[in-house]
Design a protein around this ligand. Structure first.
Ligand code: PRP
Ligand code: MN
Ligand code: MG
Length: 188
């Protein structure tokens, strides 16, 4: 087992399920953008989306259209388990996205705060279109009306880690997604 197994209450999404779903999402996005001659600009929301970006971009690469990549880093959770309500840009886009067809690549939509803020931000930068692919979504996300065109898995409202998702910067490297034992965050 992994170093972290003792901290994980149970696995909710396996490595295999993530792989299959990522391929499915890539096929859908590809089919919907088959006539996209200018290609797509994938905007990865660091740090959480790092694993999904790498796997999703590769999966999309099998089908097309061609993609370019940009990386933004934003944070709303800091060290806690609930959103602070304030989204901070830790790393901005490197170049102009005006006229580009953007797909935001996000690991999870929870309160929806990060994404609704980000969508406004990208639209203010004059993207031609902005769509979202998120691997996971929690039930609270329906309260904020943030349009997520492609969703991998609807998951329960529990604090989950792995496959990019962290608790206090840890557990991102787990290949699966699991529920973190409550005593792990009650400790601090
Ligand atoms: C997490 C996650 C999403 C966001 C979702 O990021 O990766 O980006 O929170 O939550 P929300 O819908 O309630 O806004 P976090 O702020 O923890 O930064 P990180 O990606 O660097 O871990
Ligand atoms: Mn994030
Ligand atoms: Mg985080």
């Amino acid at each position: 087992g992994s170093w972290y197994d003792a901290d994980i209450d149970r696995v909710i999404i396996t490595e295999e399920q993530i792989r299959e779903k990522t391929a499915e999402l890539a096929k859908q996005v590809s089919a919907d953008h088959a006539d996209s001659t200018g290609g797509l600009l994938l905007v990865c929301v660091l740090k959480g989306a790092v694993m999904f970006m790498a796997d999703f971009a590769r999966a999309l690469g099998r089908y097309g259209p061609p993609t370019e990549m940009e990386f933004m880093a934003v944070s709303s959770y800091g060290q806690g388990t609930t959103s602070s309500g304030v989204v901070r840009i830790l790393k901005d886009l490197d170049r102009d996205i005006a006229g580009k067809h953007v797909i935001v690549v996000e690991d999870i939509v929870d309160s929806g705060l990060t994404l609704s803020w980000l969508l406004k931000y990208l639209e203010s930068r004059s993207a031609a279109s902005v769509e979202v692919v998120a691997l996971f979504r929690k039930p609270d996300a329906v309260k904020v009306h943030v349009p997520v065109k492609y969703v991998g898995f609807e998951i329960p409202s529990e604090f989950v880690v792995g496959y990019g998702l962290d608790y206090s910067e840890r557990y991102r490297e787990l290949p699966y997604v699991g529920v973190l034992k409550k005593d792990v965050y009650a400790r601090s």
